[in-house]
Structures are given as C-alpha cells and as structure tokens.
Design a binder for this molecule. Structure first.
Ligand SMILES: NC(=O)C1=CN([C@@H]2O[C@H](COP(=O)(O)OP(=O)(O)OC[C@H]3O[C@@H](n4cnc5c(N)ncnc54)[C@H](OP(=O)(O)O)[C@@H]3O)[C@@H](O)[C@H]2O)C=CC1
Ligand SMILES: CC(=O)N[C@@H](CCC(=O)OP(=O)(O)O)C(=O)O
Length: 330
C-alpha cells in the first residue's frame, strides 16, 4: 500500500531473524522492493524517518517506541498500546503493561456525535486495532451508540483466515490440519480480543460500564478474511427501521464502511485486498435479537490498511490515500 501512496517514500525496511536477506526472498510479489536488503530493527536504523510502522510480536513494541523521537509518528500494529485498562492487559498478555495510545479505528462511532477519527489528527503514537475487534466493533458500535440493544447480552462468533495467525510455525496451523476443516479456539472467554471489543462498545455507548460479551473465534480454511456474526438482544420497541437509521447515521458518509443493500450479505470474498468493511443486519423477531454480520480483510482493514489510514489522518493526508477501496473478484 505504501508503494502506491502518493505522499510516502519508503525508507528503511527492517526485520528480526530475516535481517540481512532481500525482501524478494520473503515477499516475491513486492517486485519494486525485491532487492532491498532488510536491516536490523534498531532505534538507530529507524531514526530519521517521519513515520515508523511496527508489526512485532506482542510485548516488543514498547521498548523500541520509547527510543524513537516524540515527533516521529509511530503506528503500532501489535496489541501493546490498545487497552486502556491495565487489568485487561494483564489478564490476557504476559508482558508488563505499557500504557495506551490513540486507537486507530477512525470510523468507530463515539456516541452519536463524534467519531474516533477526531482523536487521530496530529497524533504521533497510534495503536492499530486487532483484526477481530475491527470486524466486530464496526458491526455493533452504531447499535450501542444509539442505545438500541441491551449491553449485557452480546454474542459473537467470528471466523478468520489463517494469515491472522501470522507466518510462524504453529502445530494446529499446518496446511493439512487447516484445509477442509473449521475449528474454534479461545472458547469460553479466552481470547485476548474480548476486552478490546468491550472497550470499543463502551466507547460507542459513551462510557457505559455494563457491556459484556461472549466471543468465540474460529479458524477457517482460507488465507485471509474475517466474517463476524454478532447478535444482541434489542431493547423494547426497537424495530428494523431504527437499526437501519443507526447504521446509516454512522456510516452514510464513510468511504470504507458499507451497510449493504437489503437482501445482500457480507462475505470475506467481497472485501479481500481492500480496506472495506461490509455490514448487514436482520432483526430476528422470534428471539428478540438483532443479527449483524460484518466482513473485513484481516490484513487490510484489519491491520495494514488501518495503519495507513491512521497515518493519513495523523499527518494530514487524504484519509483514503494509498488505500484500496474495493477488492478483487472473483
Ligand atoms: N496477521 C494479522 O491478521 C494481524 C496481525 N496484527 C499484528 O501485527 C503484528 C505482526 O503480525 P504478523 O505479520 O501476522 O506476524 P508474523 O509473526 O507473521 O510476523 C512477525 C514479524 O516480526 C518480526 N520480528 C519478530 N521479532 C522481532 C524483533 N525482535 N525485531 C524485529 N522484528 C521482529 C519477524 O521477523 P523475522 O521473520 O525477520 O524474524 C516477523 O516477520 C503482530 O503484532 C500482530 O498481532 C494485527 C492485526 C491483524
Ligand atoms: C487466526 C488467528 O490466529 N488470529 C489471531 C488474531 C490476529 C490479530 O488481529 O490480532 P492481533 O493483532 O491482536 O494479534 C488470533 O486469534 O490470535
């Protein structure tokens, strides 16, 4: 995305164990960068850039960021600075709590009158959201902002492609284990994205402290994409027109988040390789629940796209610069 960005010149590209090798050995599709040699990830190598993107394993960003100048924009794709509450961090991560930064989800509605993008202009430290929290929070936030659902009866099941787990070797992620099979993980409140989603829904509901969530991730045999199916109990008297109005108020003017036309449902295929979010809902009158389905590409809107969009806002560029607004088909 940065290669296609009109305001960006790429500087140092750094790595861990791969330092010293060529970009083309790891990412052959990045042909213009094929012969660039990856450097060590040190404050010295990163110095002198206007913006630095970190995409390190959790817990490794804080020390590096602290060694970078305060006027340099640092965008962290890891979880290190996403959570405001130290107890939430220590419950799910095993490194010391490092604090929280401005949260890089511009379209998150904060009540009915503000968006998270208002908090990103001019920022120099930004935490990129997790991929599941992106799909789930953008799907549910308008309902919380407009007070249409009960806060304490939210159930989410979401499927992710395997690239969500990174490229490291993991026993359950061998091709032969994943292909032709779907499986749950982190069941029973065990996934570290649960507090991040709750934090976002609380922000949407302007600080409500009674939000609770049952979240179950599942691994799907596809390279990329997340499909989140979210349900919540609607408040008395809430009808489909009120729900549609809430989504239209939240996303009517957005470039990347789309409430689909009636009868059309999100799929991961329709957002692959784009920064788009596809959302649709149905009111299930028999159960008194609204069902919201949302789809994102975990590697675009779910990480790198959100990082570039956040940079654009922080540095005053066109918010959509360099970002693919539509995906590829078939
Ligand atoms: N994949 C996804 O869908 C999403 C990922 N994220 C976050 O983005 C970050 C990167 O994710 P992803 O690319 O999938 O993870 P990977 O595990 O695929 O890559 C992590 C990279 O970090 C490098 N690295 C590890 N330790 C160091 C170090 N000490 N110094 C410098 N580089 C190091 C490794 O480089 P080398 O190979 O050279 O050792 C490796 O390429 C993570 O924080 C992840 O949580 C966020 C949202 C979605
Ligand atoms: C399929 C898969 O394993 N997905 C990852 C989520 C990746 C991501 O967005 O999250 P972080 O940035 O918080 O790592 C997981 O469940 O841990």
């Amino acid at each position: 995305m940065l290669l296609a960005h009109p305001n960006v010149e790429i500087g140092a590209l750094t790595a861990g164990g791969s330092a010293g090798s060529r970009v083309g050995e790891h990412h052959p599709h990045l042909m213009p960068l094929a012969d660039v040699v990856l450097e060590e990830t040190t404050p010295e190598v990163l110095a002198g850039h206007d913006a630095v993107f970190l995409a390190l394993p959790h817990g490794q960003s804080a020390a590096l960021a602290a060694a970078l100048a305060e006027d340099v924009l640092v965008v962290d794709c890891g979880a290190d600075f996403r959570l405001e509450n130290e107890n939430d961090w220590t419950a799910f991560y095993d490194t010391p709590y490092a604090g929280s930064w401005a949260y890089g989800m511009p379209e998150l509605t904060l009540g009915t009158a503000a968006k998270q993008r208002d908090n990103l202009a001019g920022e120099r430290r930004i935490a990129v959201p997790g991929c599941y929290p992106t799909a789930v929070s953008l799907g549910l936030a308008p309902l919380f902002a407009h007070d249409l659902v009960e806060h304490d009866d939210v159930v989410v099941v979401a499927s992710s492609g395997t690239s969500g787990a990174g490229k490291g070797l993991k026993p359950h992620l061998l091709g032969s284990e994943v292909m032709g099979s779907m499986s749950p993980y982190g069941v029973g409140g065990g996934h570290r994205h649960t507090p991040e989603i709750v934090q976002n829904l609380r922000r949407a509901a302007q600080g409500a402290d009674d939000v609770s969530l049952s979240f179950t991730p599942t691994l799907a045999p596809m390279p990329r994409g997340i499909l989140a199916t979210c349900t919540a109990r609607v408040r008395d008297g809430v009808d489909a027109a009120a729900i549609r109005a809430a989504f239209e108020a939240a996303y009517g003017g957005e470039t990347f988040v789309h409430l689909l036309a009636d009868g059309s449902w999100p799929s991961t295929g329709m957002v692959v390789a784009s920064n788009a979010v596809a959302v649709q809902f149905a009111l299930d009158a028999s159960s008194g629940r609204v069902v919201v389905v949302s789809a994102v590409d975990n590697l675009t809107k779910g990480t790198a796209g959100a990082a570039v969009q956040s940079m654009n806002l922080a540095l005053g560029f066109d918010e959509a610069a360099g970002l693919p607004a539509v995906g590829v088909a078939p």
